[in-house]
Design a protein around this ligand. Structure first.
Ligand code: ADP
Ligand code: ZN
Length: 301
């Protein structure tokens, strides 16, 4: 069975066709500019995968959309499937799901946040396979978190926004944070742009400065400790551009154990190397999660 998958990101839209095994059979990348410019290309791609001239088994049977946020993921809500108050002004209040439904007609569609999508990919085919409680944190231009709890994606009143957890300043760090809403929240202190703002150089160019990654690891560990105390996940997956600094992983693990301070004794914390891990799907976790969203939508139809 073939499914359409859309990973809608702030810089690019990845459109793909995959199957029930999570194999990606075809993929294109379209730059995200404005909806007027970008969406017709996205629609054209998926229309071609539904074309009447195709044999039935070559047509997609559903579409999954993992979208940058904030987004309305509450089924039944008036604005379900819309992007909400994003800093990307052109996309603010844009009804991305409805637009795709109008253009592509009556195929089942699944919709979730980009980070829940990545986590779903990892929970289906990657390092969180078989787990019912896991989280995925992306640390890049922004910081976002997806969560599954009891096997279900966490949505609630909106969806988790753990990138904006309020942080305690690490002694010696006088950086005030760059989040326009909170200053020194997790994203304000630890995103790629925060690193660049604090140290005066892009994060990538600071690879050989241990003090940068010590401090970064302490903020990430602080957030992870708060999150694990609340959600009790069985695995914590870290992705995003900043986590390309592999040196962060051992430091983050060390400081999480230090902050938890033996208060929790579980096999997960005793096996910290597999508890706090990089994503396992080679950057395809988001688009594979979107394939799974499509499959789930088709099955629920
Ligand atoms: P986005 O969050 O925009 O989807 P990324 O996850 O790639 O995209 O994150 C981009 C951010 O990650 C930028 O702020 C960039 O400075 C930072 N970044 C990218 N590559 C690296 C790297 N190798 N080391 C450290 N930081 C990086
Ligand atoms: Zn914030």
């Amino acid at each position: 069975m073939l499914y359409g998958a859309l990973e809608a990101g702030g810089t690019k839209m990845i459109c793909a066709v995959g199957n029930e095994s999570g194999q990606i059979l075809d993929q294109v990348s379209i730059p995200t500019s404005t909806p007027d410019e970008t969406m017709p290309k996205v629609i054209e791609y998926f229309k071609s995968k539904l074309d009447a001239s195709l044999p039935d088994d070559e047509k997609i049977k559903g579409l999954g959309i993992a979208c940058f946020g904030p987004v309305d993921v509450r089924e039944g809500s008036k604005t379900y499937g819309s992007i909400l108050n994003t800093p990307k002004i052109a996309w603010r209040n844009y009804p991305i799901l409805e637009t795709l439904k109008e253009a592509l007609g009556d195929i089942p569609m699944g919709f979730d946040t980009d980070v829940n999508g990545s986590l779903l990919g990892e929970a289906t085919w990657g390092c969180a396979k078989g787990l019912e409680d896991a989280i995925y944190i992306t640390i890049g231009t922004g910081i976002g978190m997806g969560a599954i709890s009891g096997g279900n994606p966490v949505h609630g009143m909106l969806h988790p926004e753990a990138g904006h957890l309020i942080m305690s300043a690490i002694p010696g760090d006088d950086y005030k944070g760059h989040c326009p809403s909170h200053g020194a929240c997790f994203e304000g202190m630890a995103s790629g742009p925060a690193i660049e703002d604090r140290w005066g150089k892009p994060a990538k160019e600071l690879a050989d400065k241990p003090e940068v990654w010590e401090l970064e690891a302490k903020y990430i560990a602080q957030a992870i400790t708060d999150i694990l105390l609340v959600l009790s996940p069985q695995k914590i997956i870290l992705g995003g551009g900043v986590m390309a600094q592999a040196q962060l992983f051992p430091l983050v693990r060390k400081y999480v154990l230090e902050y938890v301070n033996e208060y929790i004794d579980t096999k997960e914390l005793r096996n910290i190397n597999s508890f706090i891990t990089p994503a396992a799907l080679n950057g395809n976790q988001g688009i594979m999660g979107a394939i799974k969203l499509a499959e789930n939508a088709a099955e629920n139809n």
